[in-house]
Design a protein around this ligand. Structure first.
Ligand code: KIV
Ligand code: ZN
Length: 506
């Protein structure tokens, strides 16, 4: 019987706290639903004490998610634990995750406490959390640089205090696989009550070993792995969920362990994060990178044509990359479109499906092949959008190397039509200046990036922007075969979000 490995996803906490990956509540909720559909066992929804925004996001995730446990992070103190519980108390399955450092370096320089003091704090924190929930995880931060016997003592006493999961974080990404595996074995052999808790691991990727360390730990008895989609996270990131899930699926001969992950939903989930954050995945990233299944060399292509097993250890379909995506185009009907939408992991009601299908038809008039990435963009644009105070009615630009870039923009604002024209440093700058003037926004553009949704010549350009106004930060996205139009859509999308958030905060 294969061992069951619990997947604890911390994309919304460790992932989200890394630069460039900030998400608003609505985006976190959307991602949490996707993680639930992916089959994640535990979703760490955030760190409620960190800010009111974090608290609210965790609260909404906890109220919405039914099939996964929802965890909230807390330092080992009363205030953090109470706030964490307040945020997740309505979850079907709520877990409080408390942590404190156990390494001498952290004790001396960060906590300024001795080992006995930290042990007491850890125990009383677990006891407090236990009063709220039977499901308590305790993490010994910087475990891999901690004295092993002290670490075992802390784990033994926190298990006695009620911890049901004990987590071994390689906080600074320092461990190497053999050493990390040995540590897990040591814990198993030296914590007398270890059978009362699940051993979890939480590896960072500073030396590029987060996944290798995590799977080595599984061999030595870890039954929970903490990871993130696309391996996002602090500094070099966390262990990547998709890599761990596929290692366990493909190398059953070595691991004899299984997860509940629906691997066919991996790619749509990865794509959702890039769509939400605007941060692309490196092309050679295992499992989800654009080149992960691209065989360029003639020898490989020849081998693949003879038998796909010559050079392919897993199929693109097994991770949710549909090869048949090429067949969608101008002649595809509503039914074919909806089947693909479902394959991508989205369930749309009739109204949303009609909207998305209409946009699909318009796009297929401009573009020969419609790829999965295009469909995801359509769904994001048409279905998951905020109320539109501002609508783009018309945009024209003139530009070139011998003319001053000018733009004419017509917008609908609260139902009335406004238009203006002007020039800028380039066509996007000109369009943005006019939009800014018409909308009278005080927001600042923090980030602007353009990428191609797919790789063909008639690909859609995808534009991502980030705006800030009085401490509120929003992202906006737009896609179109014309990148100036995509840029305007992204800007207007962000302005609509900003307006929506301002209204909600009033
Ligand atoms: O890296 C780390 O140590 C953490 C803990 C809070 C588990 O993220
Ligand atoms: Zn971490």
């Amino acid at each position: 019987m294969p061992e069951r490995i619990f997947i604890f996803d911390t994309t919304l906490r460790d992932g989200e706290q890394s630069p460039g990956y900030t998400m608003n509540t609505q985006e976190k909720l959307r991602l949490a639903k996707q993680l639930e559909a992916l089959g994640v066992d535990i979703i760490e929804a955030g760190f409620p004490i960190a800010s009111d925004g974090d608290f609210e996001a965790v609260r909404q995730v906890a109220e919405t998610i039914k099939d996964s446990e929802v965890a909230a992070l807390a330092r080992a103190n009363d205030e953090d634990i109470d706030r964490a519980w307040e945020a997740i108390k309505h979850a079907q399955n709520a877990r409080i995750h408390v942590f404190i450092s156990t390494s001498d370096i952290h004790l001396k320089y960060q906590l300024r406490k001795n080992r006995d003091e930290v042990l007491k704090i850890a125990v009383s924190a677990v006891k407090r959390a236990k009063k709220y929930s039977s499901n308590v995880e305790f993490s010994a931060m910087d475990a891999t640089r901690s004295d092993r016997d002290y670490l075992c003592k802390v784990f033994a006493e926190t298990i006695d205090a009620g911890a049901t999961t004990i987590n071994v974080p390689d906080t600074v990404g320092y461990a190497v696989p053999t050493e990390f595996g040995e540590l897990i074995r040591y814990i198993r052999e030296h914590v007398p009550n270890i059978s009362k808790a699940i051993i979890s691991v939480h590896c960072h990727n500073d030396l590029g070993l987060a996944v290798a360390n995590s799977v080595e730990a599984i061999k030595e008895g870890a039954r929970q792995v903490e990871c993130t989609i696309n391996g996002i996270g602090e500094r070099a990131g966390n262990a990547s969920l998709e890599e761990i899930a596929m290692i366990l699926r493909i190398r059953k001969d070595i691991f004899d362990a299984e997860t509940r992950i629906v691997t066919e939903k991996i790619y749509p989930t990865s794509r959702l994060i890039t769509t939400i954050t605007g941060v692309p995945v490196q092309p050679n990233k295992a499992i989800v990178g654009a080149n992960a299944f691209a065989h360029e060399s003639g020898i490989h292509q020849d081998g693949l044509l003879k038998s796909k097993f010559t050079y392919e250890i897993m199929t693109p379909e097994s991770v949710g990359i549909s090869k048949s995506s090429l067949v969608l185009g101008k002649h595809s009907g509503r039914h074919a479109f909806n089947s693909r939408v479902k394959e991508l992991g989205y369930i749309l009601d009739d109204k949303s499906l009609n909207l998305a299908f209409k946009r699909f038809k318009a796009l297929s008039d401009m573009k020969k092949y419609i790829y999965d990435e295009d469909i995801v963009m359509i769904i994001m644009d048409e279905v998951y959008k905020v109320p539109e105070k501002y609508k783009l009615l018309y945009l024209t630009v003139t530009c070139g190397n011998t003319t001053i870039p000018t733009a004419t923009v017509k917008l609908e604002i609260d139902g009335a039509t406004y238009q203006d024209a002007g020039y800028g440093d380039g066509p996007v700058d000109a369009a943005y200046k006019i939009i800014k003037r018409l909308v009278k926004t005080n927001s600042k553009l923090l980030k602007f990036s353009v990428s191609s949704v797919t790789q063909d010549m008639d690909a859609q350009g995808e534009v991502f922007v980030k705006l800030e106004e009085k401490g509120l930060t929003v992202t906006g996205k737009g896609a179109d075969t014309d990148i100036i139009v995509a840029s305007a859509k992204a800007y207007i999308n962000a302005l609509n979000k900003l307006e929506y958030m301002k209204q909600r905060l009033k």
